[in-house]
Ligand binder design. Structure first.
Ligand SMILES: NC(=O)c1ccc[n+]([C@@H]2O[C@H](COP(=O)([O-])OP(=O)(O)OC[C@H]3O[C@@H](n4cnc5c(N)ncnc54)[C@H](OP(=O)(O)O)[C@@H]3O)[C@@H](O)[C@H]2O)c1
Length: 340
């Protein structure tokens, strides 16, 4: 019998290592003991010379250059769509497999868009680039997948409560500073987000499509749900809102299945489902909250109830909260790398 030859652990690169997602990528690789022979960190020229902690060492951050990918096996990108568009093809040409957190390639039919709990099979078709989905899409639909498999979802309506962390490290700092200024009675001029953030909320800070009236975040959730579920006919509508929460997104979800479904059936389907934890204690009024979800790998799901506006009994309402820096970004990317 022939013995399998163990493949050497790859060199891994993180592009955007100093960002909100980037530092979580480092933590996930360390926590999950991802097998790698070397970790290389890249960011913009602003960060060159900084170090970041990894496995007890201080790793240097280098400025991303066109020749940064020589010898790299896996490149985890989280530095915005423009950087991905320019550098991901160079990384692939140098022999790396790219896992990209940006929106640059998500809707490219040749690029798999993967949540490992849902469609790990799609990884087989990759041609060098794999896209990590939008954070709200991941957090909303990972808990719906067991339902989708048992009783196809025909229609899905989402309303998001999105944290500052979704807009990066600078937005988190803006929320801290704006809140301090508000409480001190000082004027504060926001620099990162378009509206006053402390003790306020506003429609998601992306461009509105004049034809549909949906903003880019809502459009991403709608389109990406269809691609990840492999179901072009699922009807999806979303309202995306930025709320003054530091970290972890929440989503109010209502969905309509093909056949009648009860909250008990949904609870049963979600009990022990991968990537999901039920937090559904009506007696103590304890349901998913961003503070509980922060730093957690699992997406919290609760408030599971019949949607009483559907006389056919095919609709369920529920509420989820998930750390979008983890399952909505870094953790999902590292899970993809593990699946590879
Ligand atoms: N935040 C989330 O929850 C989330 C979720 C899913 C996907 N994403 C996506 O992940 C990406 C990063 O998001 P983030 O929230 O981590 O943003 P962030 O906190 O603003 O970090 C951006 C990172 O990109 C680096 N960068 C910027 N321009 C660069 C350039 N020209 N060359 C090389 N590196 C560059 C920055 O380096 P410097 O520190 O040197 O500026 C920093 O490391 C974005 O594409 C975002 O859409 C974010």
């Amino acid at each position: 019998m022939s013995q399998g030859v163990a493949r050497p652990a790859p060199v891994v690169a993180i592009v955007g290592a100093t960002g909100a997602v980037g530092v979580e990528l480092l933590r996930c690789l360390e926590k999950r003991r991802f097998p790698l022979s070397q970790l290389r960190l890249f960011a913009s020229a602003r960060s060159a010379g900084r170090t970041l902690p990894f496995c007890g060492e201080a790793l240097p951050v280098s400025e991303l250059q066109e020749d940064s990918f020589t010898g790299v096996g896996i490149a985890l990108f989280s530095a915005g769509a423009a950087t991905s568009r320019r550098f991901a093809p160079l990384a692939v040409r140098a022999g790396a497999t790219v896992i990209d957190n940006s929106s640059a390639f998500r809707m490219d039919p040749a690029v798999p868009l993967v949540v490992p709990e849902i469609n790990a099979d799609a990884l087989r078709e990759h041609r060098g680039i794999i896209a990590n989905p939008n954070c709200c899409a991941i957090i909303s639909i990972t808990p719906l997948w067991p339902v989708q498999r048992a009783n196809r979802i025909m229609r899905l309506m989402l309303a998001t409560y999105q944290a500052a962390s979704g807009a990066g490290a600078a937005a988190m700092e803006e929320l801290r500073e704006a809140t301090r200024a508000y409480l001190d009675g000082r004027a504060y001029q926001q620099r990162v987000l378009p509206h006053p953030y402390a003790f306020n909320l506003f429609s998601h800070n992306t461009r509105i499509d004049p034809l549909t009236g949906y903003n880019e975040e809502e459009t991403k959730v709608i389109q990406e749900t269809r691609k990840i579920f492999g179901d072009p006919d699922i009807r999806v509508s979303a309202t995306c809102v930025r709320v003054p929460v530091l970290r972890a997104h929440s989503v109010a979800i209502t969905f309509e299945c093909t056949r009648p479904i009860t909250p008990g059936q949904v609870r049963e389907l979600l009990q022990g489902a991968p990537g999901v934890r039920l937090v559904d204690d009506a007696e103590r009024n304890h349901f998913p909250m961003p503070q509980d979800a922060s730093g957690e790998d699992a997406i919290l799901v609760g408030r599971i109830r019949q949607d009483v506006s559907d006389p056919q009994g095919r609709s369920i309402a529920l509420f989820v909260a998930g750390d979008q820096l983890l399952k909505g970004a870094a953790l999902n990317a590292v899970q993809i790398a593990e699946a590879l």
